[in-house]
Design a protein. Structure first.
Length: 228
C-alpha cells in the first residue's frame, strides 16, 4: 500500500534516511524541515501520512500535530528524542496516531508506517487526487501535468506552481504565496523568481505564450488558472 508521505524532520541526515526508506517501500515523499512548512504542505498536498518530528524550528511538532488534527483526520506518526511516558502520552493526546522514540530502527519505523496506512486506508489508490482547470490536468501522485492530453515536462518549481493554481482554479495567488510553495520562507529568493517560472510554464502549456488563455496575470495581484 503506497501513499503520499509528508516528512517533517529538521535533521537533514535523518530526513534523507527517512526519504530513502519510504521511497524504497514505493511511497512518494515530500520533506520539509520546519513546523510552519509542515502545516503549509499538509494543507496544500493533503498527504496520506505525516511523519512528524517533535523538535523542530519555528513551530514544534506538538503544535503542528495540534493544528493538523483540528483540521483533518490525516494519519500522523510522531518521532521524538524524548522518551518519557508523559511526552509519549502528550503526543497521543494531541491526536497522533502512533509515536516512535529516537533512536529508532528504520525497519521498525517502516513496519509502523505500513500498519498505520492499512488501518486508515490512506493509500494513493484509495485517495487519488486530480486537479483540473479546463483541459489542464495535474496529478500530484504521479507528478504529471497534461495540457489538451499532451504531457508537459515541468521542473519541480514549475510543478509546485501549477499544482497550487490547479487545485483552486480561478483563485488568484499572489507572487508571495506562490514563492512560499516553491522555496518555503527563504528570504534570499525574490518574487521575481515566480515571474520567471510562470513565463517558462506558459511556453509549455499555452497555445500562444504571448497571449495566454490558461495561466493569466491579474495585474497588481498575481496569477490564476482559468477553466478555458
Amino acid at each position: 500500500m503506497c501513499a503520499y508521505v509528508l516528512v517533517a524532520e529538521d535533521d537533514p541526515k535523518q530526513a534523507e534516511l527517512l526519504r530513502r526508506y519510504l521511497e524504497r517501500e514505493g511511497h512518494e515523499v515530500l520533506v520539509v524541515h520546519d513546523g510552519r512548512s509542515a502545516i503549509d504542505e499538509a494543507r496544500r498536498a493533503d498527504p496520506g501520512l505525516v511523519v512528524l518530528d517533535v523538535m523542530m524550528p519555528r513551530v514544534d511538532g506538538l503544535d503542528v500535530c495540534r493544528v493538523l488534527r483540528a483540521e483533518s483526520d490525516l494519519p500522523i506518526l510522531m518521532l521524538t528524542a524524548r522518551s518519557t511516558e508523559d511526552d509519549l502520552l502528550l503526543g497521543l493526546d494531541l491526536g497522533a496516531d502512533d509515536y516512535v522514540a529516537k533512536p529508532y530502527s528504520p525497519r521498525e519505523l517502516m513496519a509502523r508506517v505500513r500498519t498505520l496506512l492499512r488501518r486508515t486506508g490512506k493509500s494513493q489508490d484509495a485517495d487519488r487526487r486530480l486537479f483540473q482547470a479546463g483541459d489542464l490536468v495535474v496529478d500530484p501522485v504521479r507528478h504529471t501535468v497534461t495540457a489538451a492530453d499532451t504531457l508537459v515536462e515541468c521542473t519541480l518549481a514549475e510543478f509546485r506552481i501549477i499544482e497550487t493554481l490547479a487545485a483552486e482554479p480561478e483563485r488568484v495567488f499572489t507572487r508571495k504565496q506562490l514563492l512560499e510553495r516553491i522555496h518555503g520562507f527563504d528570504r534570499f529568493i525574490t518574487e521575481r523568481t515566480v515571474d520567471v517560472h510562470v513565463m517558462n510554464l506558459r511556453k509549455k502549456i499555452e497555445p500562444d505564450p504571448r497571449r495566454p488563455v490558461r495561466l493569466l496575470t491579474v495585474y497588481g495581484v498575481g496569477y490564476k488558472l482559468t477553466h478555458a
